[in-house]
Design a protein around this ligand. Structure first.
Ligand code: ZN
Length: 307
């Protein structure tokens, strides 16, 4: 008996210790329905938890993946949440029938946002006309259900603003996810009251007018910032990119262990989020704990994630 008690005490201590070591973060966008996770999703989620990622929003990008994302929330209640939407790349797959299915998926309480939706004129996998039509449908749905919009935009800044502007008086909260634009574009989004989601793109962007500058200049207030991995994409390559020394120095051994042991260019994982938060904080000249807390709070409030 005595041994048992000792062991559980040790476990407790370890849990408490880990709690203090870890940043508490929330990943507002991970594509966990991607087939790259089909073999070991349990381990991926466990690693995320071990790294301090308390909750993960699983991105829906089509009717099929939105359905799958919702299914995952039932397997990991209180940890996973889902979105329901049609990615601009997938706009061409739109049918009236599948739209009805998306509508009903979106009404579930575990589905906390509409999207990802938006415009992508960079690759135009779907015709711009089609993209706009399907985007309109999803904005209307978000207005109707009062659920936040999870927006994807590439090289379509003006059109996106114009379209969202048409719904100005009834728009729910809007998140520009995985923001990759210029400082100027971010300012116009912030002026509209939108939130900005940042990913490991931070390592890739070496421009003088992009995401890094936004953070250095303090253009994004903490109240509008959200963090995400966009896993399996957007691997934060802390090695190759020309990161300023103080940013490299801010990366802890703990977050680097998760990043280097489990994440690759081919498959990023939610457990890389603490490293991203540490870099964001360093660029902002703030403590990582402060950025973690603020972004987690924003996510809980905005998406109404249950405790
Ligand atoms: Zn996206």
């Amino acid at each position: 008996m005595a041994t048992n008690i000792d062991v559980s005490n040790l476990d407790n201590e370890k849990a408490i210790e880990q709690c203090y070591e870890n940043l508490i973060v929330i990943d507002i966008g991970a594509n966990l329905t991607n087939k790259k996770y089909s073999r070991d999703l349990d381990s991926v989620i466990q690693r995320a938890k071990d790294a301090g990622v308390q909750k993960i929003m699983v991105t829906g990008t089509s009717v099929k993946t939105s359905k799958e994302a919702l299914r995952l929330t039932r397997i990991y209640p209180g940890i996973l949440y889902s979105t329901a939407g049609i990615h601009p790349h997938d706009a061409k797959s739109y049918t009236d029938e599948s739209w009805e299915e998306l509508r009903s998926l979106a009404q579930n309480p575990e589905c906390v946002a509409i999207g990802e939706c938006g415009l992508d004129y960079n690759r135009n996998f779907s015709e711009p006309d089609e993209q706009r039509k399907v985007f309109h449908k999803q904005i209307s749905l978000a207005c109707e259900l009062h659920k936040p919009l999870f927006v994807h935009e590439r090289e379509a800044h003006e059109d996106l603003l114009e379209i969202l502007g048409q719904y100005k008086d009834r728009l729910p909260p809007v998140v520009i996810h995985c923001f990759t634009g210029t400082t100027e574009q971010a300012v116009t989004y912030l002026d509209q009251g939108f939130y900005i989601g940042l990913t490991g793109y931070l390592c890739k962007d070496k421009s003088d007018t992009g995401v890094r500058k936004l953070l250095v200049d303090g253009t994004i207030p903490l109240e509008r910032l959200l963090v995400e991995t966009d896993a399996p994409f957007m691997y934060p390559n802390t090695r190759a990119s020309k990161l300023p020394l103080h940013v490299k120095d801010a990366l802890t051994e703990r977050s680097m262990t998760f990043l280097h042991r489990y994440c690759t260019f081919q498959r990023n994982e939610p457990c890389s989020l603490p490293a991203i938060v540490e870099m964001i904080a360093a660029f902002m000249n703030k403590k990582p704990e402060e950025v973690a807390l603020a972004t987690a709070f924003n996510a809980l409030k905005l998406f109404n994630l249950s405790q």
